[in-house]
Design a binder for this molecule. Structure first.
Ligand SMILES: [Zn+2]
Length: 489
């Protein structure tokens, strides 16, 4: 594969919370992993002229510019890679298990015994390799991972992610209470020290271990401080982690917040000095830009205001929230408040790998909230907004899966859509490969249509991709311009 690629065909990406752009006959030039320029509505007869204007010789692309020319089939398109803002790498072998439990029992019965196995680094290597590979093939180009509490296997996860070329945040769980003796950290000090060691390890990984040359010095894998949730951490540990966070202002933070009603009651009992669950994290300095708060099902208006004020954001995990009977997060109200929201698979609380199933369930949940006869948001606040208690529109759903996730991970300047200057994290979709993705008769040969007709067709194809495709329809997956997965890799 050459250092540079000129793509020609259909592209879809978000430009805002409510806008998708459907580009046909687009030329996109990617150099050293970054998007240099885009031209749209370029006829085949104009290719030479347009590329010359950008200083490229179309005939001599491979020799003069070390560039490939990739022309997409008429029904194919490229969209930005998907961003999974919350998942647990050691829990993938539990996918589909434990559906009879709610959160706290599920942790004790399934999660802790599984995660405890990750002292075995050979086991960790094998599981993590499959996790990262399958996530990439499902279109997840950026992923925020919880590892187990073991620093040694969290390092293995960081290695695997880097070797496979995924963009990721990797954190080891901090947990020293409300967990079994066989899976509990020895002391707050040891927990903080291991976290510090992981941060250093991940910083030193790059760029020496990058398996390919890149002109971009920004790290592909970054550390994230990961208190499992407030109930898992003593006040001493929360204090120690808060101090570590203060000394590392650029490091990301992730935790769970307000997932399950029993969990909320227990948390308030454990931190009686705090009036709300959100206040616990605020008290220890854990809320800031770059903090990912998973779930947030039962937030009060005041708690949303605190999150907004601190610049933290929310990972919406609807599949997990349905599966563990946690509840339905009020994403519409969050968006109306201007909160950063992304989507999370929360495997294995959620049983569906990848981001598209979360987008589908986010849509279903928003419709379910919209048809409730009682509108708690309206009643509580006396206002209705653009999104509150309404079905989430398709542009908004895709925004959550890409741009929203990028903002949550503090990567909005780097990925999420195809603006020039951003890195090329993208999916080449070949519609109609999987059995559910049903194209109409003749749709595979849409010759003789006007550009507007083709744009309308692209819009339909894209909607089907969001709702009925699977990874068989994703032929190629790119991170920083490099092919790292896909059904046809
Ligand atoms: Zn989780």
């Amino acid at each position: 594969m050459s250092r540079n690629t000129l793509y020609y065909g259909s592209f879809v990406h978000s430009t805002s919370l409510t806008q998708l752009q459907y580009l046909v006959d687009a030329l996109v030039y990617v150099s050293d992993g970054s998007i240099v320029w885009i031209e749209t509505d370029v006829d085949g007869s104009q290719l030479q002229e347009v590329t010359t204007r950008h200083g490229l010789d179309l005939e001599g692309l491979s020799t003069t510019h070390d560039a490939d020319f990739v022309q997409l089939d008429e029904r194919d398109f490229i969209c930005p890679g998907l961003i999974d803002t919350h998942t647990h790498a050691p829990q993938y072998p539990n996918l589909g298990l434990g559906q009879e439990y709610e959160l706290l029992d599920w942790l004790q019965q399934l999660t802790f015994p599984r995660e405890a196995k990750f002292t075995d680094l050979e086991y960790a290597q094998k599981v993590y390799d499959q996790v990262v590979k399958r996530n990439l093939n499902a279109g997840t180009t950026t992923c925020s991972y919880y590892a187990s509490q073991h620093v040694s296997s969290a390092k293995v996860l960081a290695d695997v992610v880097l070797e496979r070329g995924q963009r990721a945040l990797v954190g080891k769980c901090n947990m020293n209470r409300n967990c079994p003796d066989y899976y509990c950290e020895a002391s707050p000090e040891a927990s903080v020290e291991d976290t510090r060691a992981l941060i250093s390890y991940i910083r030193d990984l790059q760029p020496s271990k990058l398996p390919w040359k890149s002109a971009n010095p920004s790290p592909l894998v970054q550390a994230i401080i990961t208190p499992r949730f407030a109930l898992s951490c003593t006040s001493d540990l929360m204090q120690g982690l808060g101090e570590l966070m203060a000394s590392e202002p650029d490091v990301h933070i992730q935790t769970h917040l307000s997932e399950n009603r029993t969990e909320i009651q227990e948390t308030l009992r454990s931190f009686p000095e705090c009036k709300s669950y959100t206040e616990v994290y605020e008290k220890y300095g854990m809320l800031r830009n770059g903090t990912i708060l998973a779930h947030c099902v039962w937030l009060t208006e005041k708690e949303m205001d605190v999150i907004k004020r601190t610049g933290a954001g929310i990972s919406h995990c609807p599949t997990s929230n349905f599966n563990l009977m946690s509840g339905g997060a009020r994403v519409g109200a969050m968006l109306d408040k201007g909160l950063n929201v992304g989507l999370g698979s929360d495997c294995s609380g959620g049983f569906a790998l990848g981001v598209l199933p979360q987008l589908r369930n986010a849509s279903m949940l928003s419709k379910m909230l919209a048809i409730q006869p009682e509108k708690p948001n309206e009643q509580a606040n006396g206002h209705t907004g653009q999104f509150t208690d309404k079905p989430l529109p398709i542009p908004t759903l895709f925004y959550l899966a890409t741009m929203g996730g990028a903002a949550l991970c503090k990567m909005a300047d780097t990925v999420g859509n195809f603006l020039p200057g951003k890195e090329f994290d993208a999916l080449h979709v070949t519609p109609g490969t999987s059995p559910n993705f049903f194209l109409d008769v003749g749709e595979d040969r849409p010759a003789g249509q006007t550009r507007e007709e083709r744009r309308t067709k692209l819009k339909e194809t894209f909607e089907r991709f969001l709702f009925v495709s699977d990874d068989r329809d994703i032929a190629h997956v790119y991170v920083r311009g490099r092919k790292v997965g896909g059904a046809k890799q």
